[in-house]
Each structure stands twice: as C-alpha cells, then as structure tokens.
Design a protein around this ligand. Structure first.
Ligand SMILES: [Cu+2]
Length: 492
C-alpha cells in the first residue's frame, strides 16, 4: 500500500484532514509528526532514532539550549523527586514536593520523534510515593501508572514524543490535588523537526496557586490547607514557586533590540492564569502551547495544566512587569515578576512623561507645568491640604508597589509604614521620590535590592505625597514643604 505519509512533504490543512481521514480507515499508523512553521502546517517525518544522549535539565527561569541535531534520538531523562522545606515568601516556610528540586520542576527539552527513556527517582529520605503524568506522552495516564515510585526507588519507562508543542507535566499520585498544590509540576518542550526560530533570550516561567493554614504573609512553617484548596481561594499565587522569585536581582533580563521567548506554564492546581507583561505586546503567541501562532496579543489565558509560548522583541529600556492580570493576585498574592531591559531609549517608541498639568475638577482651571521643577503653585499649603492632595498622589503613584497599607510586598517592595529608612532622614526620603532608588537598602532590618523607578513628579506633588506618607499608618513626621523639595532637587 502506498502510504500517504510519503507522497508529499507539504500539505494544506484540508489535505491533512483528508489524509487523516484516509489513514483512519486503513491499518497504517498515523503520521508521526506534524510540524509547523509560522502557521503553515507541514507534514514532516521525524526520521529514524539515531544514537542516544543525556537530556540537559534546567531549573527555572533557565531553559536548556535549543536542540541543534537534525534527527531524533534516544533521550535519557533522569529526574529526582525531592521533598524539602523552603520559603514561599520572606519568613514564610512551606513543605515543597518537587521534580528536580525546584518549583516548577526541571525543564525538559526534546525533539519530535525522540524516544525518551524516563528514569524517575524518589529520594530515599522522602516520605511519599510519587509519579509523573507528562502531557507530551501518548499513552494511558501520560506515564502515571508506569512511573509510580516509592521513596528510595527509581522507575523507568519510555515514550516517543509524537506531537511538537509545549506541555505541562505533574505528579498524579493520590491525593493528586495535594501533590500538585505542593509544587509538583513543570514543562516539557517538544521541538518541531526544524527547531524553533532562533531568539536572543529564552525563559521558563510557571504559575501556581498555594493554600496555607495561615493567611498571606503569616510567618513560620505553614502547612498545606486542604479546606482552602477545596474552596479554590489561594493565599499565594506565584511565578516559579515563590513570592519575589523574579524580582530585583532575580529579574529576567534582556537588552534593547533582543527577542525574548517565554515558555509560560500554569501548574494550578486550581486557577486559570491571565498572563500579561505590562508594557509589552506578544509579537507571536502560541496559545495553549500548540503550533498555531497568534500575533499582537496583550494577555493570554493559560489553563491549569496548560502552557503558552510568548515571543516579543524589546524595543525600549525599563522594567516590564509580568503579572496574572487577575490583578489582585499580582499585587496582593505574589503573581508578579520583572523583566529588566537595558539599553538606549527610543523616545519615539516611548517618550516618557512629556508634560504635567494640574487638573482641578472643581475650578475647571488647568494649570500648565512645563518642566517638573519650575511650577507655579501656592508656595504654602496647610498640613491638611498637603495630606488630602498627598493621599491622592500616593494612590496614583505609589500604591501599586507600596500597597494601600503602606506595607509593601515581601521581597519586592519595602514598607513605608513604620519604615526606619523613610523616617530617619527627611531630605533623603525626598531624594528617593525625586530620583527613584536602586541598590541595596535595609528597611527595618530587611534587605531590599531592587529598583524604584524615577516617577517624574512635580515638586509640589512630592511635598504632598511625602507629607502624607510620613504622617500615615502610624508614621509621625513634620510636614514636607516646597522649599525642602526644591533644595533637594537643586542639590542633586
Ligand atoms: Cu507526588
């Protein structure tokens, strides 16, 4: 019989469907691979399996190097399950169960047609049996039954990766929800035969929701809460297993002009992610990890147990914030990361603030403020006026990071409420708000090493906001007046 597999290298979608129908009615196995390049579906025979090699595994946010071989191989994956206590947020400990010692687990990179020899080891000092269900597997349970492994044992099974794409994997040992909730998930990439188009940077980011006995930020070792997991209202929603895993020194990085590819997964166990990068647009987006690209996408929905590939070029420098756009999760439960882009400004693509006018809704008068320094505003304001205007200014300019409570976010944004750093030196605090802040600072004994952007505020706004900040949440300080702000600006 003449197999349709051999007839032509390039088939239209219609032809493929026809071929599939035809195949269904004969005893030939289905074509083993359908690779895609920029949306054009091309039938590619992945070819014979040649040789053997040990898979390179990486912890997030790193990704193994692209596959350069032009043939399928026997790929040996050695993955060890480790149970340990780690931090889910500063001062908050949790017992993680992991594939390879990280949440999410090690990234596995294969090529279509590879025969994967999978060795799952369960460390001898672990307490629980575990297994693995890989969504890239064609076979019952995705490998779960074959990989069930008691502590101190190694299970081996093998599978052929038939479909290119980005797939989640997870533990499927009962209670399944609990094993996933404790961090047992990760991603496996199956590259198409021709590989993925080259990019400058590749990163691995995976969201997960966590359920603890104590509320968000409650210190100490926090046990898993089955009751909360059943209600599906998590205390933590995080990228890469921890609040602050991708901020400050741990931020992802790129240079202006580079192309970035993010392999983004969602381990759940419960929530769906509305993945978004603030200030960027995905030039290409492979929804659900499949091979049909969408273009010019703002936010993508990543199902629990699913993935997406997001690609974009970075045109301007700055800090681009990764969020689950179900936004309370980002600013209040931890689903926030950063991509720091360095390089030259392109003021045509993004100008920065060009003008600032005071808009007084009551009086209808609009006062123009040409540079942020030289402003015609009342030189004196009462304390109460500054407090009221300052609160408004705080909400508009500071709240997103330092929070309405002034408590900030552990490991990301320092507290202003009760901050010894803020209250110790008035002129210095004016300088922080005028110029932004980088480098390590210690606030109430906790070190922060991140970036506060320069906000381009008018001097009067700075005086108002700092008067408010230095006299709210239990802080007690004098009013900050315009002369003091001007003096700090002039001294710069
Ligand atoms: Cu498990």
């Amino acid at each position: 019989m003449n197999s349709p597999r051999k007839t032509t290298a390039r088939l239209s979608t219609v032809a493929l469907l026809t071929a599939a129908t035809f195949l269904g009615s004969c005893s030939e196995p289905a074509p083993s691979a359908i690779a895609a390049t920029n949306g054009a579906q091309t039938q590619v025979d992945p070819g014979p399996v040649v040789g053997a090699e040990l898979a390179v595994l990486t912890s997030p946010p790193m990704v193994p190097p692209p596959i350069t071989r032009d043939h399928a191989t026997k790929l040996i994956v050695n993955l060890e399950v480790r149970e340990f206590i780690g931090e889910i947020a500063d001062g908050v400990e949790y017992t993680f169960w992991t594939f390879g010692g990280s949440v999410p687990g090690s990234f596995i990179r294969t090529r279509v047609g590879d025969v994967v020899e999978f060795n799952l080891s369960n460390a001898a000092d672990n307490k629980m049996p575990h297994n693995i269900d890989l969504h890239a597997v064609t076979g019952p349970g995705g490998g779960a039954a074959s990989s069930f492994t008691a502590p101190g044992h190694t299970s081996q099974f093998s599978f052929k990766v038939l479909n290119p794409g980005l797939y989640a994997y997870h533990c499927a040992t009962a209670p399944v929800g609990m094993h996933i909730a404790n961090g047992m998930y990760g991603l496996i990439l199956v590259e198409p035969a021709g590989g993925l188009p080259p990019v400058d940077k590749e990163y691995y980011v995976m969201q997960g929701d966590f359920y603890t006995e104590g509320g968000y930020g409650e210190a100490g070792l926090q046990p898993f809460s089955m009751a909360k997991a059943l209600t599906e209202i998590p205390d933590y929603v995080v990228f890469n297993g921890r609040v602050g895993s991708l901020v400050g020194d741990n931020a992802l990085t790129a240079e202006v002009g580079e192309t970035v590819r993010m392999f983004v997964g969602n381990g759940g166990p419960n929530l769906v992610s509305s993945f978004h990068v603030i200030g960027e647009i995905f030039d290409s987006l492979y929804p659900e990890g499949g091979n049909l690209p969408n273009h010019n996408v703002q936010t993508t929905l990543i199902p629990s147990g699913g993935a997406a590939i997001a690609e974009f070029k970075v045109e301007v420098p700055g800090t681009f914030i990764l969020v689950d756009h179900s936004i309370f999760r980002a600013f209040n439960k931890g689903a926030l990361g950063m991509l720091t882009v360095t390089g030259d400004e392109d003021l045509v693509v993004y100008s920065g603030k060009q003008d600032d006018r005071i808009y007084l809704a009551e009086g209808g008068a609009v006062q123009s403020m040409p540079g942020s320094g030289a402003v015609s505003v009342p030189a004196t304001r009462t304390h109460d006026e500054r407090m009221a205007l300052g609160e408004r200014g705080y909400v508009a300019n500071c709240l997103a990071c330092h929070q309405s409570t002034g408590l900030g976010i552990p490991a990301a944004f320092p507290p202003l409420a009760g901050s010894d750093f803020l209250m110790a030196d008035k002129a210095r605090s004016i300088g922080v708000v005028l110029n932004g802040l980088t480098g390590a600072v210690t606030v109430n004994g906790t070190k922060f090493d991140s970036i506060m952007p320069m906000l381009n505020l008018a001097d009067d706004d700075v005086a108002n906001i700092l008067t408010y900040v230095r006299n709210t949440w239990g802080n007690e300080g004098e009013m900050v007046n315009l002369e003091e702000v001007r003096a700090v600006r002039a001294a710069k």
